[in-house]
Design a protein around this ligand. Structure first.
Ligand code: PHE
Length: 367
Protein backbone atom coordinates (compact mmCIF):
# COMPACT_ATOMS: atom_id res chain seq x y z
CA UNK A 1 0.00 0.00 0.00
CA UNK A 2 1.30 3.43 -0.92
CA UNK A 3 0.04 6.93 -1.68
CA UNK A 4 -0.14 6.08 -5.37
CA UNK A 5 -2.78 3.57 -4.71
CA UNK A 6 -4.83 6.13 -2.76
CA UNK A 7 -4.49 8.53 -5.64
CA UNK A 8 -5.70 5.86 -8.00
CA UNK A 9 -8.71 5.22 -5.84
CA UNK A 10 -9.39 8.94 -5.65
CA UNK A 11 -9.20 9.33 -9.41
CA UNK A 12 -11.46 6.43 -10.28
CA UNK A 13 -13.92 7.39 -7.54
CA UNK A 14 -14.13 10.95 -8.89
CA UNK A 15 -14.59 9.71 -12.46
CA UNK A 16 -17.09 7.03 -11.76
CA UNK A 17 -19.20 8.95 -9.26
CA UNK A 18 -19.56 11.95 -11.53
CA UNK A 19 -20.44 9.55 -14.39
CA UNK A 20 -23.17 7.68 -12.44
CA UNK A 21 -26.35 7.90 -14.49
CA UNK A 22 -28.89 7.22 -11.79
CA UNK A 23 -29.35 6.54 -8.09
CA UNK A 24 -29.07 2.76 -8.54
CA UNK A 25 -25.72 3.08 -10.26
CA UNK A 26 -24.57 5.47 -7.55
CA UNK A 27 -25.56 3.01 -4.88
CA UNK A 28 -23.50 0.25 -6.57
CA UNK A 29 -20.52 2.61 -6.62
CA UNK A 30 -20.97 3.42 -2.95
CA UNK A 31 -20.66 -0.30 -2.21
CA UNK A 32 -17.61 -0.52 -4.47
CA UNK A 33 -15.71 2.25 -2.67
CA UNK A 34 -17.19 2.54 0.80
CA UNK A 35 -18.97 -0.79 1.30
CA UNK A 36 -18.46 -2.19 4.80
CA UNK A 37 -17.27 -5.58 3.60
CA UNK A 38 -15.25 -5.06 0.45
CA UNK A 39 -15.24 -1.33 -0.29
CA UNK A 40 -11.86 -0.25 -1.74
CA UNK A 41 -11.33 2.47 0.86
CA UNK A 42 -12.62 0.32 3.67
CA UNK A 43 -10.02 -2.28 2.80
CA UNK A 44 -7.27 0.36 2.86
CA UNK A 45 -8.33 1.55 6.28
CA UNK A 46 -8.68 -1.99 7.60
CA UNK A 47 -5.15 -2.86 6.42
CA UNK A 48 -3.52 0.16 8.09
CA UNK A 49 -2.68 -1.90 11.11
CA UNK A 50 -0.29 -4.04 9.03
CA UNK A 51 1.82 -1.03 8.01
CA UNK A 52 4.96 0.22 9.72
CA UNK A 53 4.11 3.00 12.14
CA UNK A 54 5.48 5.93 10.10
CA UNK A 55 3.71 4.90 6.94
CA UNK A 56 0.55 4.12 8.88
CA UNK A 57 0.44 7.73 10.16
CA UNK A 58 0.71 9.32 6.71
CA UNK A 59 -1.37 6.83 4.77
CA UNK A 60 -3.93 6.75 7.56
CA UNK A 61 -4.30 10.49 7.48
CA UNK A 62 -4.60 10.59 3.68
CA UNK A 63 -6.97 7.65 3.59
CA UNK A 64 -9.31 9.22 6.18
CA UNK A 65 -9.16 12.46 4.26
CA UNK A 66 -10.04 10.63 1.04
CA UNK A 67 -12.92 8.87 2.77
CA UNK A 68 -14.45 12.20 3.77
CA UNK A 69 -13.86 13.52 0.27
CA UNK A 70 -15.47 10.50 -1.33
CA UNK A 71 -18.48 10.70 0.97
CA UNK A 72 -18.91 14.31 -0.08
CA UNK A 73 -18.67 13.26 -3.73
CA UNK A 74 -21.45 10.73 -3.23
CA UNK A 75 -23.54 13.25 -1.35
CA UNK A 76 -23.21 15.82 -4.13
CA UNK A 77 -23.87 13.44 -7.01
CA UNK A 78 -26.79 11.94 -5.08
CA UNK A 79 -28.42 15.37 -4.81
CA UNK A 80 -27.90 16.03 -8.51
CA UNK A 81 -29.37 12.70 -9.54
CA UNK A 82 -32.37 13.08 -7.23
CA UNK A 83 -33.12 16.41 -8.80
CA UNK A 84 -32.91 15.14 -12.39
CA UNK A 85 -35.10 12.17 -11.53
CA UNK A 86 -37.67 14.43 -9.91
CA UNK A 87 -37.57 16.77 -12.89
CA UNK A 88 -38.19 13.92 -15.29
CA UNK A 89 -41.14 12.70 -13.17
CA UNK A 90 -42.57 16.20 -13.23
CA UNK A 91 -42.22 16.26 -16.96
CA UNK A 92 -43.80 12.83 -17.45
CA UNK A 93 -46.62 13.21 -14.98
CA UNK A 94 -47.55 16.70 -15.87
CA UNK A 95 -51.14 17.55 -15.07
CA UNK A 96 -53.22 20.42 -16.36
CA UNK A 97 -55.38 21.29 -13.38
CA UNK A 98 -57.20 23.98 -15.34
CA UNK A 99 -58.55 21.50 -17.89
CA UNK A 100 -62.32 20.92 -17.60
CA UNK A 101 -63.23 17.45 -16.27
CA UNK A 102 -64.67 14.68 -18.45
CA UNK A 103 -68.46 14.93 -18.52
CA UNK A 104 -70.26 12.04 -16.83
CA UNK A 105 -73.26 10.96 -18.89
CA UNK A 106 -76.42 10.90 -16.86
CA UNK A 107 -79.55 8.93 -17.56
CA UNK A 108 -82.92 10.61 -17.69
CA UNK A 109 -86.43 9.67 -16.70
CA UNK A 110 -88.60 8.00 -19.32
CA UNK A 111 -91.22 10.40 -20.76
CA UNK A 112 -94.02 8.13 -19.47
CA UNK A 113 -92.51 8.28 -15.98
CA UNK A 114 -92.28 12.06 -16.19
CA UNK A 115 -95.94 12.43 -17.12
CA UNK A 116 -97.00 9.79 -14.61
CA UNK A 117 -95.24 11.69 -11.81
CA UNK A 118 -96.86 14.91 -12.90
CA UNK A 119 -100.32 13.32 -13.06
CA UNK A 120 -99.79 11.86 -9.57
CA UNK A 121 -98.79 15.27 -8.25
CA UNK A 122 -101.82 16.99 -9.73
CA UNK A 123 -104.25 14.38 -8.39
CA UNK A 124 -102.57 14.45 -4.99
CA UNK A 125 -103.16 18.19 -4.87
CA UNK A 126 -106.88 17.43 -5.34
CA UNK A 127 -106.86 14.98 -2.44
CA UNK A 128 -106.56 11.73 -4.40
CA UNK A 129 -104.46 8.88 -3.02
CA UNK A 130 -102.17 6.89 -5.34
CA UNK A 131 -102.55 3.10 -5.18
CA UNK A 132 -101.25 0.15 -7.17
CA UNK A 133 -102.37 -3.34 -8.05
CA UNK A 134 -100.83 -6.48 -9.58
CA UNK A 135 -100.12 -6.73 -13.32
CA UNK A 136 -100.91 -10.45 -13.27
CA UNK A 137 -104.59 -10.55 -12.39
CA UNK A 138 -107.27 -13.16 -12.02
CA UNK A 139 -110.18 -13.38 -14.41
CA UNK A 140 -112.53 -12.41 -11.59
CA UNK A 141 -110.86 -9.07 -10.86
CA UNK A 142 -110.18 -8.16 -14.47
CA UNK A 143 -113.64 -9.15 -15.80
CA UNK A 144 -116.33 -10.77 -13.62
CA UNK A 145 -116.29 -8.24 -10.77
CA UNK A 146 -116.47 -5.48 -13.36
CA UNK A 147 -119.77 -6.83 -14.65
CA UNK A 148 -118.19 -8.66 -17.58
CA UNK A 149 -119.11 -12.30 -16.96
CA UNK A 150 -117.81 -15.20 -19.07
CA UNK A 151 -119.22 -15.33 -22.58
CA UNK A 152 -120.28 -11.68 -22.33
CA UNK A 153 -119.73 -10.18 -25.77
CA UNK A 154 -118.05 -7.14 -24.20
CA UNK A 155 -115.04 -9.30 -23.41
CA UNK A 156 -114.09 -8.85 -27.03
CA UNK A 157 -113.27 -5.24 -26.19
CA UNK A 158 -110.19 -6.50 -24.40
CA UNK A 159 -107.94 -8.89 -26.30
CA UNK A 160 -106.36 -10.76 -23.48
CA UNK A 161 -103.05 -12.48 -22.79
CA UNK A 162 -104.06 -15.54 -20.77
CA UNK A 163 -101.42 -17.21 -18.63
CA UNK A 164 -101.15 -21.00 -18.62
CA UNK A 165 -100.77 -22.66 -15.25
CA UNK A 166 -97.59 -24.77 -15.19
CA UNK A 167 -98.63 -28.45 -15.51
CA UNK A 168 -95.27 -30.12 -15.22
CA UNK A 169 -91.83 -29.25 -14.06
CA UNK A 170 -89.87 -29.33 -10.85
CA UNK A 171 -91.78 -30.06 -7.62
CA UNK A 172 -92.21 -26.39 -6.88
CA UNK A 173 -93.89 -25.64 -10.17
CA UNK A 174 -96.21 -28.63 -9.84
CA UNK A 175 -97.29 -27.45 -6.41
CA UNK A 176 -98.12 -24.00 -7.76
CA UNK A 177 -100.14 -25.60 -10.55
CA UNK A 178 -101.99 -27.91 -8.16
CA UNK A 179 -102.85 -25.09 -5.77
CA UNK A 180 -103.99 -23.06 -8.68
CA UNK A 181 -106.33 -25.77 -9.95
CA UNK A 182 -107.68 -26.51 -6.48
CA UNK A 183 -108.48 -22.84 -5.95
CA UNK A 184 -110.27 -22.49 -9.23
CA UNK A 185 -112.37 -25.58 -8.53
CA UNK A 186 -113.33 -24.69 -4.97
CA UNK A 187 -114.17 -21.08 -5.55
CA UNK A 188 -116.91 -19.52 -7.57
CA UNK A 189 -114.50 -16.73 -8.35
CA UNK A 190 -112.47 -17.68 -11.37
CA UNK A 191 -108.79 -17.48 -10.60
CA UNK A 192 -107.61 -18.13 -14.12
CA UNK A 193 -104.61 -15.88 -14.60
CA UNK A 194 -104.10 -13.17 -17.20
CA UNK A 195 -102.13 -9.98 -17.79
CA UNK A 196 -104.50 -7.21 -16.76
CA UNK A 197 -106.06 -5.51 -19.77
CA UNK A 198 -106.84 -2.34 -17.83
CA UNK A 199 -106.29 -0.86 -14.37
CA UNK A 200 -109.99 -1.18 -13.46
CA UNK A 201 -109.36 -4.31 -11.32
CA UNK A 202 -107.50 -2.01 -8.90
CA UNK A 203 -110.85 -0.25 -8.26
CA UNK A 204 -112.28 -3.59 -7.15
CA UNK A 205 -109.33 -4.41 -4.91
CA UNK A 206 -109.48 -1.00 -3.30
CA UNK A 207 -113.24 -1.03 -2.69
CA UNK A 208 -112.99 -4.50 -1.16
CA UNK A 209 -110.66 -3.18 1.50
CA UNK A 210 -112.01 0.37 1.95
CA UNK A 211 -115.38 2.02 2.52
CA UNK A 212 -116.54 5.26 0.89
CA UNK A 213 -115.71 8.06 0.64
CA UNK A 214 -113.00 7.11 -1.84
CA UNK A 215 -110.71 9.27 -3.93
CA UNK A 216 -107.89 7.36 -5.62
CA UNK A 217 -105.92 7.01 -8.81
CA UNK A 218 -104.14 3.80 -9.83
CA UNK A 219 -101.45 4.21 -12.48
CA UNK A 220 -99.77 1.21 -14.07
CA UNK A 221 -98.99 -1.05 -17.01
CA UNK A 222 -101.70 -2.85 -18.95
CA UNK A 223 -101.46 -5.45 -21.72
CA UNK A 224 -103.50 -6.28 -24.81
CA UNK A 225 -103.07 -9.00 -27.36
CA UNK A 226 -103.33 -6.75 -30.39
CA UNK A 227 -101.60 -5.90 -33.63
CA UNK A 228 -99.26 -2.94 -33.12
CA UNK A 229 -99.15 0.28 -35.11
CA UNK A 230 -98.23 3.92 -34.46
CA UNK A 231 -101.14 4.28 -32.06
CA UNK A 232 -101.28 0.81 -30.45
CA UNK A 233 -98.85 -1.36 -28.55
CA UNK A 234 -99.32 -4.64 -26.68
CA UNK A 235 -98.12 -2.98 -23.50
CA UNK A 236 -99.12 0.52 -22.44
CA UNK A 237 -100.17 2.54 -19.40
CA UNK A 238 -103.43 3.55 -17.78
CA UNK A 239 -104.25 5.82 -14.92
CA UNK A 240 -107.42 4.56 -13.28
CA UNK A 241 -109.43 7.03 -11.24
CA UNK A 242 -112.20 6.42 -8.74
CA UNK A 243 -114.17 8.91 -6.68
CA UNK A 244 -117.06 7.72 -4.53
CA UNK A 245 -119.22 9.50 -1.99
CA UNK A 246 -122.88 10.16 -1.31
CA UNK A 247 -123.53 12.70 -4.07
CA UNK A 248 -120.92 12.52 -6.79
CA UNK A 249 -121.98 13.49 -10.30
CA UNK A 250 -120.61 13.82 -13.80
CA UNK A 251 -120.16 17.54 -13.11
CA UNK A 252 -117.58 16.59 -10.44
CA UNK A 253 -115.87 14.36 -12.97
CA UNK A 254 -115.64 17.15 -15.54
CA UNK A 255 -114.22 19.59 -13.00
CA UNK A 256 -111.54 17.13 -11.88
CA UNK A 257 -110.50 16.23 -15.42
CA UNK A 258 -110.40 19.83 -16.66
CA UNK A 259 -108.20 20.73 -13.71
CA UNK A 260 -105.88 17.82 -14.54
CA UNK A 261 -105.41 18.86 -18.16
CA UNK A 262 -105.12 22.54 -17.40
CA UNK A 263 -102.24 21.82 -15.02
CA UNK A 264 -100.66 19.13 -17.19
CA UNK A 265 -100.62 21.08 -20.43
CA UNK A 266 -100.27 24.53 -18.87
CA UNK A 267 -103.28 25.98 -20.69
CA UNK A 268 -107.04 25.80 -20.88
CA UNK A 269 -108.18 22.80 -22.90
CA UNK A 270 -111.56 21.67 -24.12
CA UNK A 271 -112.98 18.22 -23.51
CA UNK A 272 -116.05 16.57 -24.92
CA UNK A 273 -117.91 13.53 -23.64
CA UNK A 274 -119.29 11.01 -26.14
CA UNK A 275 -121.68 8.28 -24.99
CA UNK A 276 -119.95 4.93 -24.99
CA UNK A 277 -120.26 1.50 -23.47
CA UNK A 278 -118.24 -0.08 -20.68
CA UNK A 279 -120.07 -2.77 -18.67
CA UNK A 280 -118.80 -1.41 -15.33
CA UNK A 281 -120.23 2.10 -15.70
CA UNK A 282 -123.66 3.52 -16.44
CA UNK A 283 -123.83 5.87 -18.17
CA UNK A 284 -120.48 5.39 -19.86
CA UNK A 285 -118.67 7.77 -22.10
CA UNK A 286 -115.48 8.40 -23.92
CA UNK A 287 -113.59 11.63 -23.35
CA UNK A 288 -111.96 13.52 -26.19
CA UNK A 289 -109.40 16.24 -25.65
CA UNK A 290 -109.02 19.16 -28.02
CA UNK A 291 -105.78 18.41 -29.86
CA UNK A 292 -102.85 20.03 -28.08
CA UNK A 293 -100.49 19.45 -30.97
CA UNK A 294 -102.37 21.53 -33.57
CA UNK A 295 -104.58 23.57 -31.23
CA UNK A 296 -107.59 21.67 -32.57
CA UNK A 297 -106.93 22.78 -36.14
CA UNK A 298 -106.44 19.24 -37.45
CA UNK A 299 -103.16 17.30 -37.74
CA UNK A 300 -101.94 13.68 -38.14
CA UNK A 301 -101.99 13.11 -34.36
CA UNK A 302 -105.73 13.90 -34.11
CA UNK A 303 -106.34 12.43 -37.56
CA UNK A 304 -107.44 15.87 -38.77
CA UNK A 305 -110.45 15.93 -36.44
CA UNK A 306 -109.09 18.41 -33.88
CA UNK A 307 -109.96 15.91 -31.12
CA UNK A 308 -108.06 13.04 -29.56
CA UNK A 309 -109.64 10.18 -27.64
CA UNK A 310 -107.82 9.80 -24.34
CA UNK A 311 -110.00 8.05 -21.79
CA UNK A 312 -113.03 5.98 -20.96
CA UNK A 313 -115.18 7.00 -18.01
CA UNK A 314 -118.61 6.81 -16.44
CA UNK A 315 -120.66 6.47 -13.27
CA UNK A 316 -119.83 3.27 -11.38
CA UNK A 317 -122.37 0.53 -12.18
CA UNK A 318 -124.49 -0.82 -9.27
CA UNK A 319 -123.34 -4.35 -10.16
CA UNK A 320 -119.77 -3.34 -9.38
CA UNK A 321 -120.82 -2.04 -5.96
CA UNK A 322 -122.56 -5.36 -5.40
CA UNK A 323 -119.48 -7.33 -6.38
CA UNK A 324 -117.37 -5.63 -3.70
CA UNK A 325 -120.09 -5.98 -1.05
CA UNK A 326 -121.40 -2.40 -0.98
CA UNK A 327 -125.12 -1.66 -0.88
CA UNK A 328 -125.56 -0.04 -4.33
CA UNK A 329 -127.96 2.77 -3.38
CA UNK A 330 -125.81 4.00 -0.48
CA UNK A 331 -123.22 5.78 -2.64
CA UNK A 332 -122.39 6.85 -6.13
CA UNK A 333 -119.25 7.80 -7.96
CA UNK A 334 -117.34 8.11 -11.17
CA UNK A 335 -114.50 6.07 -12.58
CA UNK A 336 -112.17 6.74 -15.46
CA UNK A 337 -109.21 5.18 -17.25
CA UNK A 338 -106.77 7.58 -18.90
CA UNK A 339 -104.41 6.40 -21.64
CA UNK A 340 -101.13 7.65 -20.19
CA UNK A 341 -99.21 6.94 -23.38
CA UNK A 342 -101.68 9.01 -25.40
CA UNK A 343 -101.37 12.09 -23.22
CA UNK A 344 -97.58 11.71 -23.10
CA UNK A 345 -97.56 11.61 -26.89
CA UNK A 346 -99.64 14.77 -26.92
CA UNK A 347 -97.53 16.58 -24.37
CA UNK A 348 -94.23 15.85 -26.12
CA UNK A 349 -95.57 15.55 -29.70
CA UNK A 350 -94.39 11.95 -30.08
CA UNK A 351 -95.67 10.47 -33.35
CA UNK A 352 -95.40 6.70 -32.61
CA UNK A 353 -96.31 4.83 -29.40
CA UNK A 354 -93.75 2.10 -30.20
CA UNK A 355 -90.91 4.57 -29.58
CA UNK A 356 -91.61 4.26 -25.83
CA UNK A 357 -90.31 0.69 -25.73
CA UNK A 358 -87.84 0.89 -28.58
CA UNK A 359 -84.89 1.40 -26.23
CA UNK A 360 -83.62 3.95 -28.76
CA UNK A 361 -81.25 6.26 -26.89
CA UNK A 362 -81.60 9.01 -29.49
CA UNK A 363 -85.26 9.16 -28.48
CA UNK A 364 -84.79 8.73 -24.73
CA UNK A 365 -82.00 11.30 -24.42
CA UNK A 366 -84.37 14.08 -25.41
CA UNK A 367 -86.16 13.97 -22.06
N1 PHE B 1 -111.04 0.26 -18.28
C1 PHE B 1 -111.51 0.98 -19.44
C2 PHE B 1 -110.63 0.60 -20.63
O1 PHE B 1 -109.97 -0.38 -20.57
C3 PHE B 1 -111.51 2.46 -19.23
C4 PHE B 1 -112.51 2.85 -18.21
C5 PHE B 1 -112.16 2.98 -16.88
C6 PHE B 1 -113.81 3.14 -18.59
C7 PHE B 1 -113.09 3.34 -15.94
C8 PHE B 1 -114.76 3.52 -17.68
C9 PHE B 1 -114.37 3.63 -16.36
O2 PHE B 1 -110.61 1.24 -21.64
Amino acid sequence: MDSNELQKIEKTAKNEVSGAKNLDELNDLRIKFLGRERGALTLVLRNLKNLPQEERKIIGKNANHLKILTEELFEKRGEELKKTEFDSILKKEWLDVTRPGAKIERGSLHPITLVRCEVEKIFSSMGFGVVEGPEVETEWYNFDALNIPKDHPARDLWDTFWLKPAQTGADGTRKVAENFLRNSASSLRSSALLLRTHTSPVQIRYMQSHNPPIRIIAPGRVYRYEATDAGHDIQFHHVEGLMIDKHISIANFKAVILELFKKLFGKEVKIRLRPSYFPFVEPGFEVDLSCIVCNAKGCPVCKKTGWSEIMGAGMVHPKVFEAVGYIPRNQQGFAFGIGLDRITMMKYKIPDIRLFHSGDLRFLKQF
